[in-house]
Design a protein around this ligand. Structure first.
Ligand SMILES: [Zn+2]
Length: 488
């Protein structure tokens, strides 16, 4: 919630996102990057910073970082430099972090978000690669009040840091930016986007200025925002705090502040006076990173269609509504599922309705991961086949619901289910006539009502015929037959 007195102020926000790259091994050694291994079991002399151990760059990490940079419309540079960022902290056994400073991997990109006329563009300053640090464990041990434990499994896990210009104007926009960024990284399969596990970390530079002012106010840097929910809360808290300081005649101090999610407030961590001087210099153990033309064009070729482009295509090629296109592109797996079912059936609207109406509910009930639908018993081909059975009149729309459930339960093809269960629609007039006559005899009162002008009775009678055929009658034919008989 933003204080009402924000009216006279304008928030100025820039974000720094650290995204963990989904490589199997670390950035400078062969240790596993898997999350959740027993502490200090995925380590070696390189990632533990033993003297004399030499780093060797992981080619896949470069590919992933370059893909992310291209998706953010950055210029990926042919040459970039790895540098040492020097500081001491117990979770950093080398005493420096290998990062990029001068000549980063990529610069000058943009990310667009928000649909329609409200589209916003955030400029990206740079995308650079670096290694992650280890982890200090301050909680969860019997002697946690006295000791801190260290787990070095994370040290050397590859990261990209994505830095924006201060183009964001509200906590809402920060949230939207992060949502789009996460979506892109997930589509590219370069980051799993899991904020709770630390795969995506967000630092925010926050300041305010009077509306219309050119000059930026003094900013604070917010760290430790470790869930999507907290992005908005932390920024709003900080904006309100800064306004209160200014309105009470105080001055904003340039400092780093930590978001405390238990107390839902930011607290001062260190002021600028205590800020680190990292004394960056090129890492003498690592040569210049050169991405030659062939390498870069290979990465270009491996780029897939990104979520925004896919949404636009669905709207244009399939006449999907804005809302549906948004839902159907939530994950790449879902978008590909819909795309294939729409293409195979030639009926995108029906495919969208079945996916959004029935399949998504099944998936949710079964706890299926929407990023990976390979475990889904229903395939796009099966869905398309079922849609075609309805289209051809082999089964009614009502029966299709039953077929859908059976497909989901058994994984059998729709045609097999229809045959096994005898679900073929009865369109044969002769067969239906007998049933219609029977229903008319049983419900003589409804027939009389219709004949005395109560049109609504027709619906009731159609319903009775459908019931008598367990939904297998062709409603169109039933309607026609009934009208003819009732008129007679
Ligand atoms: Zn290692």
């Amino acid at each position: 919630m933003i204080a009402s007195h924000l009216v006279g102020f304008e928030p100025v926000i820039g974000l720094e996102i650290h995204a963990r790259l989904l490589t199997d091994t670390k950035i400078f050694c062969g240790c596993s990057t898997r999350f959740g291994h027993a502490p200090n079991t995925s380590v070696c002399p390189v990632c533990l910073g033993f003297p004399g151990a030499l780093p060797v760059l992981n080619r896949r990490a470069v590919d992933f970082a370059a893909k992310a940079a291209l998706a953010l419309k950055c210029t990926v540079h042919e040459r970039s430099i790895f540098a040492r960022k020097n500081y001491f902290y117990p979770d950093l056994p080398k005493g420096y972090q290998i990062s990029q400073y001068e000549l980063p991997l990529a610069t000058a990109g943009t990310l667009e978000f928000g649909a329609g006329g409200a589209a916003r563009v955030v400029r990206i300053t740079r995308v650079h690669m670096e290694e992650d640090a280890g982890k200090s464990l301050h909680e969860g041990f019997p002697d946690s009040s006295r000791n801190t434990y260290l787990d070095y499994n994370r040290s050397g896990v590859p990261l990209v840091e994505i830095v924006t210009r201060p183009d964001i104007r509200s906590s809402e926009e920060a949230y939207d930016y992060l949502t789009r960024l996460k979506e892109i990284l997930e589509y590219l399969d370069v980051c799993d986007g899991n904020m709770e596990e630390g795969s995506l970390r967000c630092d925010a530079n926050v300041s305010i200025r009077l509306k219309g002012a050119e000059k930026f106010g003094t900013r604070t840097e917010l760290k430790n925002i470790n869930s999507f929910r907290f992005v908005r809360k932390a920024i709003d808290f900080e904006l309100n705090r800064q306004i209160e300081v200014l309105e009470s005649g105080g001055r904003i101090v340039q400092e780093t502040r930590l978001w405390n999610s238990d107390e839902e407030r930011t607290v001062s961590m260190r002021s600028k006076e205590e800020a680190h001087d990292y004394r960056y210099f090129p890492d003498p153990d690592l040569p210049l990173l050169v991405l030659d033309e062939e390498w870069l064009s290979g990465i270009h070729k491996s780029m897939i269609e990104l979520p925004e482009a896919r949404r636009r295509r669905f709207i244009e090629a399939y006449a999907t509504s804005d809302y549906d296109a948004g839902v159907l592109t939530m994950t790449r797996a879902l978008a590909e599922f819909f795309d294939e079912a729409a293409r195979l059936s030639g009926q995108p609207k029906a495919a969208a309705n079945w996916i959004m109406g029935d399949l998504l509910r099944f998936f949710k009930d079964a706890n299926l991961d929407m990023k990976d639908l390979s475990a889904s018993p229903v395939t796009p081909k099966m869905l398309a086949d079922m849609i075609l059975l309805v289209e051809k009149g082999t089964i009614s729309g009502k029966i299709a619901k039953t077929v859908m459930e059976e497909m989901y339960k058994t994984g059998k093809a729709p045609a097999a289910i229809v045959e096994e269960k005898g679900l073929v629609q009865i369109s044969n007039s002769g067969e239906l006539e007998a049933i219609v006559d029977n229903v008319m005899t049983q419900h003589a009162d409804a027939v009389a009502q219709f004949r005395s002008g109560k049109q609504g009775s027709l619906g009731f009678l159609v319903g009775q015929v459908m019931k008598a055929t367990q939904g297998r009658a062709n409603p169109q034919t039933v309607n026609e037959l009934l009208r003819k008989r009732l008129a007679g």
